[in-house]
Design a protein around this ligand. Structure first.
Ligand SMILES: *Cc1c(COP(=O)(O)O)cnc(C)c1O
Length: 232
């Protein structure tokens, strides 16, 4: 785990870069939420980042996330699940994560809704879209995103908040721009098709390598791990 001073200064550097990208794009930096991706790093690293003012953290595995949320319950952090979610873990996910980013089927929406009703929670949901069709990636086809989003809107205990994408790992950050732009355009199409703009306000896109490009293309949530915590 990197020393405390490194995490704090890495966070400051990332925040500065977010602010600069927002200025370039003519956006308010406050419209971009930084998610610190803490997967594989210990709870102590999260605690250091929290002491440096970071509130939102993201994990990609349910069990690892549960361990950290319970160890760090005293900090009252906002936890995001950003990894693929299997239906049989919906129950745990709905009770531990305020935000679930990788929802990619109507079946999963129904499982999560039942789980959230039982747990008495109202998780915020983002629909993960797969635009590049890589064999190894999860996410729904763009053509199905509307059906999944409408299922979330109809669910009793879920709140639709937006779309999420994990594009191919870029050779250079500019290579991601087309995927980010297409996710924004898909969102705009879904709004035109009748889904409330508020329910699709969030675009979760951009990682350590390409978060500035994502902000230029409209990201409201960037998921940054390596640039804050170091290499995994
Ligand atoms: C690990 C992960 C990230 C963060 O990646 P970095 O390159 O370390 O910033 C972002 N999003 C998802 C879905 C991840 O699994």
């Amino acid at each position: 785990m990197p020393p405390e001073a490194d995490i704090a200064s890495n966070l400051n550097r990332v925040r500065d870069r977010i602010a600069e990208a927002a200025i370039r794009a003519g956006r308010d930096a406050a419209s971009v939420t930084l998610l610190a991706v803490s997967k594989t790093f210990p709870a102590a690293a999260v605690r250091e980042a929290a002491h440096a003012g970071q509130r939102h953290f993201a994990e990609n595995r349910v069990q690892e996330g549960l361990d950290k949320t319970s160890t760090l319950a005293d900090l009252n952090l906002d936890w995001h699940l950003i990894g693929h979610l299997q239906s049989n873990k919906a129950r745990k996910a709905a009770s531990a994560f305020a935000w679930i980013h990788a929802v990619d089927s109507v079946e999963l929406v129904q499982k999560l809704d039942t789980a959230a009703q039982d747990a008495g929670t109202q998780p915020n949901i983002l629909v993960q879209v797969d635009l590049a069709h890589e064999a190894t990636k999860f996410g729904a086809d763009a053509a199905l995103a509307g059906d999944i989003a409408r299922a979330v809107v109809s669910a009793r205990s879920l709140r639709l908040r937006g779309l999420m994408i994990v594009p191919p790992i870029p050779e250079d950050p500019e290579a991601s721009r087309t995927w980010f732009r297409r996710l924004r355009e898909l969102r705009d199409d879904l709004v035109t098709s009748g889904i409330a703009r508020d329910a699709l306000a969030h675009l979760s896109m951009g990682m350590s390598q390409d978060f500035e490009v994502a902000i230029e293309e409209g990201a409201t949530m960037v998921r940054v791990g390596t640039a804050i915590f170091g290499h995994r």
